[in-house]
Design a protein. Sequence first.
Length: 461
Amino acid sequence: MKSDRGRLKIVGWGGMTLAFVFLMNPDIGIFDILPDFIGYILLCAAIAKLSDIDDRVNEARALFVRMIYVSAAKIVALFVLFGLLTPSDRSVGMLLFAFVFSVFELVYVLPAIVRLTDGVLYLSMRHEGTAAYAPSGRLKNSRHQKTITEKIRRLSVIFMIVKAACRTLPEFASLTEQTYESTATSHLYLYVNVFRMFAVVVGLAAMLFWFVPTLRYIRLIKRDTLLIRNLEQKYVVEIQSRPDRPARRAIKAAFWCFGAAALITPDFYSDGFNLLPDALSALVLLAGLWMLRKYIKGWRGVSAVAAVYTALSTAAMVLDLRFKSRFYPESILKDIEAYNSYAVFCVVATVAELVFLAMVLALLYIVMRNIITEHTGFAGTGGYDQSEKIRLLHKELSRRLATPAVFASLTAASAISAKFLVNTVDFMWIIEFLFSLLFATFMIRLMMEIDEQIEYKYMLS
């Protein structure tokens, strides 16, 4: 038990601290210098084990998981803002997006803060913890003595509200940006950058009032050795003793990574440049494969293909940027140097797309099929032989691997065609985008179906 506990950490303290570093920086509209979705990923990973032993923490983690997608959607919003909207509409678009993201953040994060702190208080009460109940002043005109956990809850709620307000309020200046008979009359928007800087200063001040006490609180809970030891023992007895639980968690976490990789597969272009480099999806995929390393056979081979794709797609991106910095597409057939430069890019990009297809096929027919055969099915009950039902289920799930494989093939083919037909079919990128979007949709749908069967199997075990 001691050796197991030596390897086990019930909370990822370092990951939690780093998560707060990503979450504390104020936004400028929807510009997020340190992406919040990375912070929420780190936070979810830090409290993953704790969520297994308490429903309140589990509910909080589920809300933080939703915020991963909400925060990642800011990337898509930036593409819409600067790739689809006209310059005259961008100010109102920034206001709209800032308001929407602020609403989602408050709807999900505020209840998550309450549930997480409730979970900490409950676990401390049940497992001989004292740090969470340390006093932190008195409420005026009340006999109730606040705990430090309640103080951190209140500070966290205030900080998130201030952060959302500082993101949104400066953008309301866009509503004064009006013209009458082609003559500009308004004029608060002329000072929008001043408003934004003032909001950043306010946000930084709120961040300091929240971040410093929160770090002290984390250190205080970490030093509550009796509580931590009891929670670790509870996890070992109730969770780690069941070998299916770590595998289920790893698969679920990997599916989140695979889903994120699929979502950032479509290319978002602005002024001819891809805002989401293809190598990024491969890196996220590699993270998911690493999570599965203890439970899935063949992950090394798929990881090797993903690593090759990362290198090739990065090389293709560099060649593309070098070409576009010196030439225009129209010069390919007029300038021999432009032709040679673009030819090298096409060769590397074509090989990269073929490796992309190989990576997806390997993911589907090695990793996904292994997950289907090893982690889906029916628990044997009452002495009945379920082997035929299990075989039919595996066959049906394996059959569904074909749909994302087909759209991955079409995505690669259209991407290659777009490179070679750059001067003849200028709408080819739209076809590529649609195929990649369909690939992402069916890939995520497949993982949801597999995950449902995994939950069904172990729910009955």
